[in-house]
Design a binder for this molecule. Structure first.
Ligand SMILES: [Zn+2]
Length: 346
């Protein structure tokens, strides 16, 4: 069915009160949302897969706050595990991967509404390019440029670098960085700004790329924790668990947990499966999580979680790019799950 017709249908269902009825049907089943990125402005420059705009996120959080009991994920887990009662309309917000925009764009919105969230960190990527080291600035200029060549003044002579392929960009970055290492900070800054100027026309695009793909730093993660957000593990390298040998599996689950606990000085009892479809994790992986002291693990299988659900295979509802609010409501109320199986809705 065409997308616009579907959207009109969802708006109609909303007006008819179908979403309100569906929401009540899931009153005693926890709703857990998955986000990846929140971008300060929406753009058509590239496909913002798995991202929502700041304006849309604000509207969604406002709605959740008004119609649900938005709780810290660890408390929701305790209720699902039967350690305390599950409040009606319990919901939790989660973020996968650990992108900088969770900190720079989403956090202020969460704080404004006084709503908690959990961010699952891919620990091997945290701090990898979110830092403001000059070497990484140079790297990001070179890697994000779509120009075929870049010019750098070396010992007073202009030198041209081929940056038209991945290999060429790597070579150029290595040579430019090693040259700049030999320069004093003022000269170095001048050269980096000159590099940035060459790709000025692409500036907006690069800002957006940064906002979409940059990972946060451990400092950012610390601020998130101090602001009342929970930080969980999403492995070290974002490997799909079912593809790993058991030794490697233990390493991914254990090392990420220890790193988070050491860096943030707090427990890390929550885990989110990379990719997270039914194929991507097995009973072996759930056993390992339990043995290593994790209390719950979250998949990307669509659905709700009544108390007593397997805490190592909890379901979530993914919120991807959509500027259509009725579609969001269809997803979180469960109407979307019922309709996608109807003939003609594919
Ligand atoms: Zn992920």
């Amino acid at each position: 069915m065409a997308k616009t017709i579907k959207n009109v249908l969802y708006i109609l269902l909303w007006r008819l009160g179908v979403f309100a009825i569906a929401r009540r049907l899931h009153k005693n089943q926890a709703l857990i949302l998955t986000y990846h990125g929140v971008l300060s402005k929406a753009s058509d420059n590239y496909v913002n897969r798995n991202c929502v705009s700041a304006a849309m996120f604000d509207r969604q959080v406002r709605w959740l706050k008004k119609h649900y009991t938005v709780m810290p994920l660890s408390e929701l887990v305790a209720a699902i595990r039967g350690e305390k009662p599950l409040p009606p309309y319990a919901a939790a917000i989660t973020f996968d991967d650990g992108f900088l925009n969770n900190y720079s764009v989403a956090l202020p919105i969460l704080m404004k509404h006084n709503v908690p969230a959990t961010i699952f960190l891919t620990t091997g990527y945290i701090g990898a390019n979110g830092a403001k080291l000059w070497t990484e600035r140079v790297d990001s200029i070179i890697y994000s440029s779509t120009l075929p060549r870049l010019k750098v003044q070396m010992n007073g002579q202009p030198v041209e670098f081929d940056v038209s392929s991945q290999k060429a960009r790597e070579r150029a970055s290595d040579r430019i960085r090693s040259y700049l290492k030999s320069q004093n900070p003022e000269e170095r800054e001048k050269q980096i700004i000159a590099l940035e100027r060459q790709i000025e026309q692409e500036r907006n695009f690069i800002d957006e790329m940064d906002e979409r793909y940059k990972f946060m730093s451990w400092e950012d993660a610390k601020v998130l924790a101090e602001s009342g957000m929970e930080l969980g593990s999403h492995t070290v390298s974002h490997s799909i668990l079912s593809t790993l040998a058991t030794d490697k599996l233990r390493e991914e689950l254990q090392d990420s947990k220890i790193t988070i606990e050491e860096k943030l000085q707090r427990d890390c009892p929550l885990f989110s499966y990379p990719n997270g479809t039914e194929r991507d994790f097995s009973p072996r992986d759930q056993d390992m999580l339990r043995k290593l002291g994790y209390r719950a693990a979250f998949s990307q299988v669509y659905g709700f979680n009544p108390p007593g659900s397997n805490p190592y295979a909890l379901k979530r509802i993914n919120i991807a790019r959509s500027e259509n609010f009725a579609y969001f409501l269809a997803k979180i109320t469960g109407v979307w799950g019922l309709m996608k199986n109807l003939p003609g809705m594919k």
